[in-house]
Design a protein around this ligand. Structure first.
Ligand code: GLN
Length: 252
């Protein structure tokens, strides 16, 4: 990336998958670049647009089942964009956005819907909805604890070669585990070289700026200088505390 080039951030389908304010992730990425003197542009791509396939990074959010099946169909019809997600861009996919990148999804009536087949994951409905605060330990070195809010019924199973984004401390996450017997743990999200998938809303990058910087490092190829934002650090601590109390208060 040259010093004067602009990083383009594709905000995918906020008109369809915009229920949980995940569009804020695009704002966070852009602002953290600008604070470091790097030009950034958010390109909003709605269902009416011919999608740009040249963005450096794409973000896609969560939504209801019907909306996500529409979004999956729409993305499958735009092959250039699908190929960009597969081969050139970095993508942050949240909840329904994560589920549609997988092999398939099943709804409560047993019907199957095809995904984009970019990730070796499948999603089926769990027995009850997972709603609440999540704390998880991120697999990306240096990111530490993730905080977020989940609201989904889907349970996501990762294929054998697919790595989770994090290990759940409190909350549900993917709703499935990995590892052998005593070392078994509950997984959260998916992490590949190009795709960061998670069940966490918040928006997740507002609550977890180090995850945002991991994405920006991948996109720019630069080691980005840290940003000193005391208010943000305090807010993050509040959410991490809230996560612990949320589950304690549910037990009591
Ligand atoms: N509709 C999906 C589910 O319930 C995704 C929900 C979401 O994006 N928060 O699993």
């Amino acid at each position: 990336m040259s010093a004067e080039s602009t990083v383009t951030i594709g905000l995918l389908l906020p008109d369809v998958l915009g229920t949980y304010s995940d569009a804020g992730n695009a704002t966070i990425l852009a602002q953290r670049l600008r604070w470091r003197g790097i030009a950034a542009e958010v390109r909003t791509i709605t269902a009416r647009d011919v999608p740009a396939a040249s963005c450096a990074v794409y973000v896609v959010g969560g939504g209801e089942d019907a909306a996500q099946h529409f979004a999956a169909d729409w993305l499958r019809r735009h092959d250039q964009l699908r190929r960009a997600l597969e081969t050139s861009a970095v993508t942050l996919a949240v909840c329904a956005g994560l589920q549609i990148l997988g092999q398939s999804m099943r709804d409560a009536s047993g019907q199957h819907y095809p995904g984009l087949e970019l990730l070796d994951i499948t999603t089926a409905p769990g027995r009850r909805r997972a709603v609440g605060e999540v704390i998880a330990t991120c697999a990306v070195p240096g990111v530490g604890s993730l905080t977020g809010f989940e609201n989904h019924r889907g349970v996501t199973t990762l294929g054998p070669g697919t790595a989770p984004l994090a290990r759940v401390i409190t909350g549900t996450g993917n709703g499935t585990g990995t590892g052998e017997t005593t070392a078994r743990y509950r997984t959260e999200g998916v992490l590949t070289d190009r795709i960061i998938g998670t069940y966490l809303h918040g928006p997740v990058l507002a609550r977890n700026p180090d995850l945002a910087d991991h994405i920006l490092h991948k996109v720019t190829g630069q080691v980005l200088p840290p940003l000193e934002l005391p208010d943000q650090a305090a807010l993050r601590d509040t959410y991490l505390l809230r996560g612990r109390f949320f589950w304690l208060s549910r037990r009591g």
